[in-house]
Design a protein around this ligand. Structure first.
Ligand code: PCA
Length: 216
């Protein structure tokens, strides 16, 4: 059995709940193909979130990492194309407010998602869910976690797919907040599940390098 680390975030700014928490809760322990989903929630804290995703990757040793974040105001489910080596944005839940700081001083300027983002978007739309590739995960906590996971994978686990999906608000959050477009929770879960299924089937279609090398 393989493991897929799925992360969400706690509430932040004036969003009193974070729909990614509910999606992670619902998919935790689900089997997608031969992958077991291991769900974890990250803090909206620049001092902790990056270290925490690396600790989780070291402790759980997943074969794939998919992180989720709320992009309140977006209408579609949006797999992110890249993470940039910058931290910026409003004060986080602990009051940290970096301005133009690098995520990793020695890191690349950016890392491209290693998830099959275009195939995810196509499948989502085939299944009736609005989706688009996003070219910017911003410079806040979501970008920070995506960058750290890809940087870690680049250094230690080169063939591990990793990346990020931003989602709209849930109806529950939209009612509380008052001014954001929203999706039903069940469609957010369905959309993330579809993305994980696409990832798992793409991984299954790759040649098994271990068997190939041991056969030679
Ligand atoms: N969204 C924020 C941080 C936490 C979350 O769910 C972001 O887009 O950076």
């Amino acid at each position: 059995m393989k493991k897929l680390l799925l992360t969400g975030f706690e509430p932040f700014l004036d969003f009193t709940l974070n729909p990614t928490m509910n999606v992670v809760e619902e998919l935790n322990n689900a089997m997608i193909g031969e992958y077991q989903v291991i769900g974890r929630i990250l803090p909206v804290d620049f001092a902790k979130a990056g270290g925490m995703i690396i600790d989780l990757m070291e402790e759980i040793e997943p074969e794939a990492v998919v992180s989720l974040g709320l992009a309140a105001g977006r209408f579609k489910l949006t797999p992110e194309r890249m993470a940039i080596n910058f931290k910026d944005g409003p004060a986080d839940n602990e009051g940290n407010q970096p301005v133009d700081e690098m995520v990793q001083l020695e890191g690349a300027a950016g890392y491209l998602s290693t998830l099959p983002i275009r195939k995810m978007v196509s499948r989502l739309m085939e299944e009736g869910l609005p989706a688009a590739v996003s070219n910017s995960a911003g410079a806040y906590l979501c970008n920070n976690v995506m960058y750290e996971a890809l940087h870690y994978a680049h250094i230690h686990k080169k063939d591990m797919p990793a990346g990020f999906l931003h989602m709209p608000a849930s109806h529950e959050l939209a009612i509380e907040h008052g001014n954001v477009p929203s999706w039903p929770h069940r469609d957010l879960v369905k959309g993330v599940r579809i993305c994980l299924e696409v990832l798992v089937s793409e991984e299954a279609a790759k040649p098994d390098t271990e068997n190939v090398s041991s056969a030679m």
